[in-house]
Design a protein around this ligand. Structure first.
Ligand SMILES: [Zn+2]
Length: 162
């Protein structure tokens, strides 16, 4: 009898410890932490948003950015939209290391278009052309696109004022 009781007490203690440990680990997961290399690009998105009257607070919005080897296929970046954990912008590390500054900016703008602005894809083209109207086009094959000094403002206006 005594042994049974002490075993049950032990089990109860163990269950409590496990519960406490889980509690702590889920707290740790809730911290929004963006890879240092991505922060200047996240800041750029926030600055362009601010110019257009939109306040971006990644902590409050619970959005973080991370590198991963997404590998196989043509996925350069992803936005994981999740209600209870931070939303994650995942950038393919190989693509990032081999891409130009405008390509990097485009990718971050696109993924934060999903993660922060909640935008979906838009493959529309400009009249009588194959040129994308939006940074939010689905794939490089959807329409013709490159971010240049000339079209930058127009594309950013479209991104934030959809
Ligand atoms: Zn997309």
């Amino acid at each position: 009898m005594f042994n049974m009781e002490s075993t049950n007490t032990y089990k109860l203690l163990l269950a409590l410890l496990v519960a406490v440990a889980f509690g702590f680990s889920s707290c740790a997961e809730d911290i929004v932490e963006t890879d240092e290399e991505l922060i200047p690009y996240f800041d750029l998105f926030a600055a362009e948003a601010a110019k257009r009257g939109i306040t971006v607070d990644y902590e409050a919005a619970r959005i973080e950015g991370l590198f991963q080897d997404i590998g196989g296929g043509n996925t350069l970046g992803q936005c994981f939209r999740n209600s209870d954990k931070p939303r994650k912008v995942i950038i393919d590390i190989d693509y990032w290391e081999n891409s130009s500054e405008p390509e990097r900016e485009f990718l971050i703008f696109h993924e934060l278009g999903h993660c922060f602005l909640d935008r979906d894809h838009l493959d529309d083209t400009k009249p009588n052309s194959n040129v994308c109207v939006s940074i939010m086009h689905a794939t490089p094959q959807s329409c013709q696109f490159s971010l240049t000094d000339e079209n930058r403002e127009e594309y950013l206006d479209e991104l934030f004022n959809f």
